[in-house]
Structure formats: C-alpha cells, structure tokens
Design a protein around this ligand. Sequence first.
Ligand code: BES
Ligand code: MN
Ligand code: MN
Length: 457
Amino acid sequence: MEKVQSYIASHKDQFLKELFELLRIPSVSADSKYKDDVQKAADFISKNLIAAGAEKVEICQTKGHPIVYGEKIIDASLPTVLVYGHYDVQPADPLDLWHSPPFEPVIKDEKIYARGSCDDKGQVFMHMKAFESMMKNQALSCNVKFLIEGEEEVGSVNLGDFVRNNKARLKADVILISDTSMIANDVPSITVGLRGLSYVEVEVTGPNRDLHSGVYGGAVANPIQVLCEMIAATKDENNHITIPGFYDDVVEISAEERAEMAKAPFSLEDYKKDLQINDVHGESGFTTNERTSIRPSFELNGIWGGYIGEGAKTVLPSKAFAKISMRLVPNQTSDKITALFQKHFESIAPKSVKVKVTPHHGGEPVVTPTDSIAYKAASAAMETTFGKKPIPTREGGSIPIVALFERELGLKSVLLGFGLNSDDIHSPNEHYGIFNFMKGIETIPYFFRNYAELMKK
Ligand code: BES
Ligand code: MN
Ligand code: MN
C-alpha cells in the first residue's frame, strides 16, 4: 500500500492535468448541441481506462449517449467491485454568473472550478486514478468493472435497458459509487440513503388565445393565477404536502434513529449564513437535516407564462406552465406519486381551465446497509485516510440507477462520495477541492484492500 500511496502523491500534477482535459469537454447531456462533446468525453474516459490497465474497454452506444464499460479481472476467485459514475454534466447556465468559463478549469484557493469538477467527472476520475495507481504497483486486490455513463443528469434513461441486457457482464459483489457529499473535510461521512424523484411538468390552459387583459380581465380565468393557487394549495400551514395519499407509504423513522442522526455535526447558523437567508423553511416538526433526508419534498423548479419581455403588455395569457420535482423517501414510489399528483392537480383545477400533466423521469429512493462487509471496508478506509470514523448520513439528492442496480442485479451500493454540499454542483462556479480529489484517490485503494480481506473471512 505504501507504493500505491507514494505513486498517488508523486502523480498529483499528472492526475490534475488529465482531469482538466476531461473538464474541458462540455459533455452536457441535456442539450443536443453538445452531442459530439458527450461522445468525446466517452472517448476520453475509454482511452484513459485503457492506459490505466483496463481490459475489454468498450464504448457502448445507446439510443441516447454512450456508456463506457471496462474491466480488470485478476482472479475469478476474488471479489468483484463494480464502479459506477457519470461523465455527463448539467448545463452551465446561467453563464454570466460564472467567475471563469465553466469549461476552462482553473484552480483558485486549492479548488478546481469547472462544470462537472465535483459532479461527477472529478469523482469518477478518482476511481480511474486509484485503479491506475493500484495497477501500476501490482496492488489490485479485487476484480474491477467500470460502468461510466453519459445520461445520469437526464435520468439515466437508457442505462436501465443496458443493465437488464448485460447482467452477466455486470456480475459483481458490490457497487462502489462516488457521486455524493461528505459532511465536511474534517467530518468524513458515508451516504447511506438517497431520495427518489418524481418530476412533472404542468400546463394550464385558459382561453384558446392570449386576450386583452382589459377587455376580458375579471371575467375569464387567468391560467397563471389558477396555477399559482393550485400550487399554493398543495402545502398547508405546516408545510405539509396536501396531495391525498402522498405520505401513505412514507416510513416513519424511530425516535432513536432520529436522535442518532441528530448527533452528526451541523450548524444552522452557518447553513443560513452560507445561503444568506434569515430563516430556514420546511415541514413542521422536523429539523433541517431531516427535511432533506428522511422526509419527502415538493419543489417548483420553474414557472412561466404570459408576458415577461421589456416594458408592460396588457395580456390575459392563454397558458401557464410549471416544472415540479418531488423528492421521495422509502417506501414511496415515483409512479404512484406521479399518479397521485396528476389526480390531485386535475381534481382541484376549476372548470374554467384545462390541466395537462406530463411526467418526466423518475427514480426510487434507496437506503443502503451499514452492517455490510462493503460498508465496513469503506468506513475503515476513510478512517485510515481521514483519521476519523465516518458518520453514516442520508442525503437529499437522487441517483436513480442505485435502486435499479439493486432490483436488476441484486447488488447493494456503497456511496463513498468526497464532495461537499458547498461545492455548488448544478450551480454557477461548481468546484471541487484538490484535497477532496486527492483524498478520494488515496481512500479508494484502502477500500479495495479492506474489501478483499473482509470477503476472505
Ligand atoms: N450526484 C447527484 C446526486 C447527489 C448530489 C446525491 C449530492 C447526493 C448528494 C446527481 O448527479 C444528480 O444530480 N441527480 C439528479 C437526479 C437526476 C434524475 C437528474 C438530482 O438529484 O436532481
Ligand atoms: Mn452526479
Ligand atoms: Mn448531478
């Protein structure tokens, strides 16, 4: 292990240089304008995996963006770790809020600024470099399979079919993923829960055309007003979601477990200060951390309609729109929640408008075990590199493929993320600490060593 760690230390500049190359490719999966760049990122990943020592590397085309597969089987009797990550990124908009261009990575205050630096290029690249470091020093202790996709940020729409059609190829003992956060650089944690997602778009139509707001105003339903009222009616005074049946399948967490969760260090003052808000907001009876982990949520992601150009235009618009995300917790399911939402919105709409609900992608929530061999291997690995035992935490974000891996491959995942919530993923000025990048590369080989050892017993 010493050789591996000294290889990592001496290759820091090289690793960063290669990561920068990857970050320069604008692999935005949501925007078809970047289709060629997404392919370029897949090419880069595949070449880099080959150089690191991976075999059977293949760029697998899908109906959407490609999936990169690669493996190194050293001994069929050893356990196999399937590493999953994504090389696609979120759109960089709004561009004018970036302090430096999103696809021209720069280092400032020991942090790498670029779209995808943390989510997830920086984190998936840690695995590739940890693998290289183990390979170059004959220290790989498990078989490895890499599955690195280009559609995570658009709901992993084609990965499900790939997994179903490649069960033998993906056979493994555990899945290892770095695409989540830790509590702080001096408070390591391992993610043991992710929320699911129902994403819907709503279109409210009033009159068949935009009308003069004086000639018709007051006598015809305004779809923007109606949409706002419907949205407002979807939470009560306790910020409880009013969709009938919404909470039916929510697993209530025991008082003991909540008390345990509350032990994780958290400063509400720092949280508010970071966001420049005077107060937090959410469901009564739950703490901030509980609101983003063990409780579901209902958020507007966008709302539009009518005239938003310069100056004033007196118009009673024909249509209004909203995009809404609902985050789900065990045992809610995205199909059921989407159906309940649709029924609710259709039932509360006044007769004066028509409502159309279009479901987008969804994903199921997951909770991963803390008593598994893989969790223990990850925990001990972090304890070695951070000098502190990591705290298990449940997070608010979603990685829909994790539940699908469990269902289709029967495999649990270990969510060994090294990001921070303050890394501004999906936001302007996304960044990733060099400390975090290097700590990840250092920690992963310990996971492999520990996992192989613990699996022997
Ligand atoms: N890596 C994130 C998810 C995440 C971030 C989990 C931080 C925990 C902590 C992932 O890339 C992501 O953004 N997922 C999407 C879901 C998807 C269906 C678009 C999300 O959570 O919005
Ligand atoms: Mn991600
Ligand atoms: Mn993301």
